[in-house]
Ligand binder design. Structure first.
Ligand SMILES: [Zn+2]
Length: 136
């Protein structure tokens, strides 16, 4: 499930990157055309192309920076690894965040209820399906 959505978002970002690169290329073309028009003496056209070129360039750079920021925030939101601890005697169960050195069937502190040693029974990734919003 989560793998599917991550490949989908990757596909969207490559698609977005292509659009950004096309817009960036067009903005460079329009800046070059603006220089051409200026040399040819057509200052109206030169100014027009200059403005379009700058708007397109700043837009594409803005989108590029935004998508980078989003990629960085995605990394931070990595799924948490959880450890399930159980007492075999009284079936007391607790879940906490994974700690370094945890492994399945590791003995831990005595149970809160019956003082029997508790055991790690599962280590798993907590998957949260968060709302995904794409802003373009
Ligand atoms: Zn117990």
């Amino acid at each position: 499930m989560s793998q599917n959505s991550s490949t989908a978002s990757k596909r969207i970002s490559t698609y977005l990157m292509m659009i950004v690169l096309i817009v960036l290329a067009l903005s460079i073309v329009s800046l070059l055309l603006s220089v051409n028009a200026f040399i040819a003496g057509n200052q109206m056209l030169a100014g027009f192309l200059l403005v379009i070129g700058f708007i397109a360039m700043s837009l594409s750079i803005y989108v590029l920076l935004q998508s980078r920021k989003r990629a960085a925030s995605m990394k931070i939101e990595a799924p948490k690894v959880m450890t399930t601890i159980e007492c075999k005697k009284c079936n007391f169960k607790s879940v906490r965040e994974f700690q370094r050195g945890d492994f399945v069937f590791k003995d831990l502190d005595p149970c809160q209820k019956c003082n029997e040693k508790m055991l790690i029974t599962a280590i798993y990734k907590e998957v949260k399906e968060k709302e995904k919003t794409y802003r373009f």
